[in-house]
Ligand binder design. Structure first.
Ligand code: FAD
Ligand code: PHB
Length: 406
């Protein structure tokens, strides 16, 4: 088999890339190791920033998001038992976020690709990459006498943090920057109406808690816990009691309901540089991970493939490799700002093991500052709703739309 772009992974990065390439007439094949059902049911992110929302709308995959997504123009920071609103609309000149589950984005993109005759293959095992530093890189997959080979012009490694693409790059090429945090998040999905209209990020002496949601009848909540927390030690009652404590405010209790999903996620900051080797380009979690406190992971994955699709578009339209050569540099500018923001939100809101009096006082001073200074609140707001898209992408998309008006 032959294709222009071989894409490993059908998460948000891989599917959005395939979609954006298709709109420019570039062919791709997506290879995913899990079943379609598994990928479409995996509960993960929920916050789409303004850049992701706009891209979904302008590229024709935003209809369900527009219908079902919850548009928010602020979040609440809660500490010392009182809530403080960060007003995104006011602070950013009208921008906001949309609450729409990652698996719904994945469904919309998969449906769009398949409806357009796109090639997305699920349950593909034993994927390996070959000849990455040649003009004809290859993906081999499916072992046990059933092996196939996909010859490509380029390969996009969109296979998440545990994929095989990053580790296919020879030793010594990548520099890894990372930071582990001494805690994780215990996340639940509950059949209960959200107890607040907007997300609440709570700083509490027992640890961080987050109130989020998926719909008017589904709540998504998180609790800071140990990295190696055993979920079996957390009965539904124990989870609700702890959430009530940490998210408490005067005269307000959370509406409880049956917990239909729960799990523990470790917290990590990670960047691999550069995001390219030969004809392999890494995008999304395969190249970088942020702790979820800034709600940036999915949005960063989408921003990467926006750059990659522009670079590949230029290459096929005019043979110009300039943007392809700059891919890593352009992406990393945004990646490091998202790293900084996610690290900052995490450091401000969590209880650290060594939370001595000094650190706790400093965190409370930071929260006081962020919620009382317009300048400080604006830095939170503009990062949360998403920093502007790189002008290189905006220019490419404008040129492309002029050439082929939709
Ligand atoms: P993935 O979604 O991981 O997709 C990679 C795909 O590759 C997967 O389908 C995987 O099965 C497949 N794959 C892996 N290995 C192979 C292989 N060898 N062969 C073929 N296929 C393979 N981000 C936000 O922006 N906002 C949020 O609110 C937010 N909340 C989060 C909450 C939690 C609890 C967690 C865990 C994450 C959250 N994130 C959030 C982060 C977000 O979920 C990720 O950043 C996002 O999934 C990255 O997309 P991706 O396409 O790069 O990788
Ligand atoms: C979510 O709704 O899953 C969510 C919201 C905000 C975050 C992380 C996760 O910072």
């Amino acid at each position: 088999m032959r294709t222009q772009i071989g894409i490993v992974g059908a998460g948000p990065a891989g599917l959005m890339l395939s979609h954006l390439l298709h709109l420019q007439g570039i062919e791709s094949v997506v290879l995913e190791k899990h079943s379609r059902r598994y990928v479409e049911e995996r509960v993960r992110a929920g916050v789409l920033d303004q850049g992701t929302v706009d891209l979904m709308l302008t590229t024709g995959v935003g209809r369900r998001m527009k219908e079902l997504g919850l548009v928010h123009y602020g979040i609440e920071l809660r500490f010392l038992n009182s809530g403080h609103r960060i007003d995104f609309k006011d602070l950013t000149g009208g921008l906001g976020i949309t609450i729409y589950a990652q698996q719904e984005v994945v469904k919309d993109l998969t449906n769009a690709r398949l409806a357009a005759g796109g090639q997305v293959f699920f349950e593909v095992g034993d994927v390996s990459l070959h000849d990455l530093d040649s003009q004809r890189p290859k993906i081999r997959y499916g072992g046990d006498g059933d092996a196939s080979e996909l010859q490509c012009d380029f390969i996009a490694g969109c296979d998440g943090s545990h994929g095989i693409c990053r580790s296919s790059i020879p030793n010594g090429v990548l520099t890894i920057f990372e930071r582990d945090y001494p805690f994780g998040w215990l996340g639940i999905l509950a059949e209960a109406p959200p107890s607040s209209d907007e997300l609440i990020y709570a700083y509490h002496e027992r640890g961080f808690a987050l109130l989020s949601m998926r719909s008017p009848t589904l709540s998504r909540l998180y609790l800071q816990c140990r990295r190696d927390e055993d979920i079996n030690e957390w009965s539904d009652d124990k989870i609700w009691t702890e959430l009530q404590r940490r998210l408490a405010a005067k005269k307000r209790t959370l509406v409880e309901g049956p917990i239909i999903q729960k799990g523990v996620t470790g917290m990590r900051s990670f960047v691999a540089e550069p995001m390219q080797y030969g004809r392999l380009f890494l995008a999304g979690d395969s190249a970088h991970i942020v702790p979820p406190t800034g709600a940036k992971g999915l949005n960063l994955a989408v921003a990467d493939v926006r750059v990659l699709s522009a670079a590949l578009g230029d290459f096929y339209a005019s043979g110009d490799s300039d943007l392809l050569n700059k891919y890593s540099e352009v992406c990393l500018r945004r990646v490091w700002k998202a790293q900084r923001f996610s690290w900052w939100m995490t450091s401000m809101l969590h209880r650290f093991d060594d939370n001595g009096t000094y650190d706790r006082r400093r965190q409370l001073a930071e929260l006081d500052y962020v919620t009382s200074s317009r300048a400080a609140a604006t830095t939170l707001a503009e990062n949360y709703v998403g920093l502007p898209i790189d002008p290189i992408c905006v220019e490419h998309e404008r040129k492309y739309q002029e050439r082929s008006p939709r």
